[in-house]
Design a protein around this ligand. Structure first.
Ligand code: MLT
Length: 399
């Protein structure tokens, strides 16, 4: 008799954002006359940039002619895109080789799929609150997870504890959901911990494009020693509005080599290459051409202009929190504003209150872990008019 993977019994019935979508859809069906403003899932609203559209169109044209048509591409991504990403890092002071970059359909898939690389015996360390994908994918594999507290006291930036031994550590900076950002000195401590304990840091930098303070790190590889112990995930979803277009990348340094139990050497870069060539057929050529346009200097300037719109929304949300005396983190160097639920409410109750009374959707902190029980997350990814209206409605909760 077939037996299912019973680890699935240990995860929540539905994924956080599916649960929210269901509750919002039910509300909309029951209240078709109400205008709901969505500041929940971090989904972008601005259209793709002109240079990206141009590149996509011209790639579509190439696909229409036998001489330029493309079939299967390299599973790791086309050289033109891998080299474009390498050059983008170089312009930001970080040297990586193009063959350390693996193009994918986004950071969510890769942060989940990377679990294939590690023994189920490994202990996983995650912050709480945390992006649920890191937790759920490890539970699906049956791995032991330990949590480190992210609280207002530590600025939602937990630091290594030398009394705790972890093999795999997930860090996300700028952080989803709290918007907090590690400094270089803090990341140096993490890299030191990982190298000392022979651990791996899985570093999610999907929100690096929101970092505006130049002294804050945008890549873990700006820290010395990180290439020996860190894998970095990034995505064009937030950088260039690719949530629906789908393209991201993972950097697996060639320096990460460990001894197997039989004494042979295992290179994580070779293993990931082996995994991707077996289980993945690459990102569509057309999409990769669009992505390559983002990594040019002109493409990045275009992306920055798009992000500036979201920054303006984040400022507006932060200002509203200040006015209403609500404590929050994020909003600067991040598209997320993470705040303490007003009126001492539990976050799912506050979610219902926001939806029923003012028709504004956010994300309840409880969905990110127990330390989020009394917190709430809003995103700056809607347009300015809707964000402004949502903030006017938010103020009305206090009158
Ligand atoms: C979020 O809202 O946390 C993100 O949009 C989720 C994601 O990027 O998968």
């Amino acid at each position: 008799m077939v037996r299912f993977n019973e680890n699935y019994l240990n995860i929540k019935q539905s994924y956080l954002f599916s649960e929210i979508a269901k509750r919002v859809n039910d509300f909309c069906e029951a209240n078709p006359d109400k205008k709901v403003i969505r500041l929940g899932i971090g989904d972008v609203t601005q259209p793709l940039g002109g240079l990206v559209i141009e590149a996509l169109h011209s790639a579509v044209d190439e696909m229409s002619k036998a001489e330029t048509f493309r079939g299967y591409g390299p599973e790791q991504g086309y050289d033109f895109l891998r080299e474009g990403i390498r050059d983008y890092y170089k312009r930001n002071g970080v040297e990586i080789d193009a063959d350390e970059i693996f193009v994918s359909d986004g950071a969510k898939s890769d942060t989940g799929n990377i679990t294939d690389m590690f023994s189920v015996d490994n202990t996983v360390l995650v912050p709480d609150p945390v992006y649920p994908v890191y937790v759920d994918t490890n539970i699906m594999n049956g791995r032991n997870i330990i949590y480190m507290d992210g609280t207002a006291e530590n600025g939602f930036l937990p630091m290594p504890d030398n009394n705790v031994r972890a093999d795999i550590i997930y860090l996300c900076s700028p952080n989803n959901p709290t918007g907090a950002v590690y400094t270089k000195a803090q990341l140096k401590e993490w890299v030191g911990y990982a190298n000392k304990n022979d651990s791996i840091i899985l570093f999610d930098s999907a929100y690096e494009c929101f970092v505006s303070e130049p002294e804050l790190p945008r890549s873990i590889y700006s820290i010395e020693g990180a290439k020996n112990c860190c894998v970095e995930f990034c995505s064009l979803s937030k950088t260039a509005g690719f949530t629906g277009t789908r393209c991201g990348y993972t950097i697996v340094p060639k320096a990460i080599v460990k001894k197997a139990s039989d004494g042979s050497e295992m290179s994580l870069n070779h293993m990931w290459n082996r995994r991707q060539t077996t289980k993945f057929n690459g990102v569509p050529y057309i999409v990769q051409r669009g992505a390559a346009a983002v990594f040019t200097e002109a493409g990045m300037a275009e992306a920055k202009a798009m992000i500036d719109n979201y920054r303006r929304n984040a400022e507006l949300i932060s200002r509203t929190m200040d006015e209403m005396g609500v404590r929050y983190t994020g909003g600067v160097n991040s598209p997320y504003i993470w705040f303490e639920c007003p009126f001492g409410m539990y976050s799912w109750d506050f979610f219902d209150k926001m939806l029923n009374e003012i028709q504004v959707v956010g994300t309840p902190g409880a969905g990110f872990g127990k330390n989020g029980d009394n917190y709430f997350r809003l995103t700056s990814f809607n347009n300015y008019e809707n964000t402004k209206e949502a903030m006017e409605r938010f103020r009305s909760l206090f009158s």
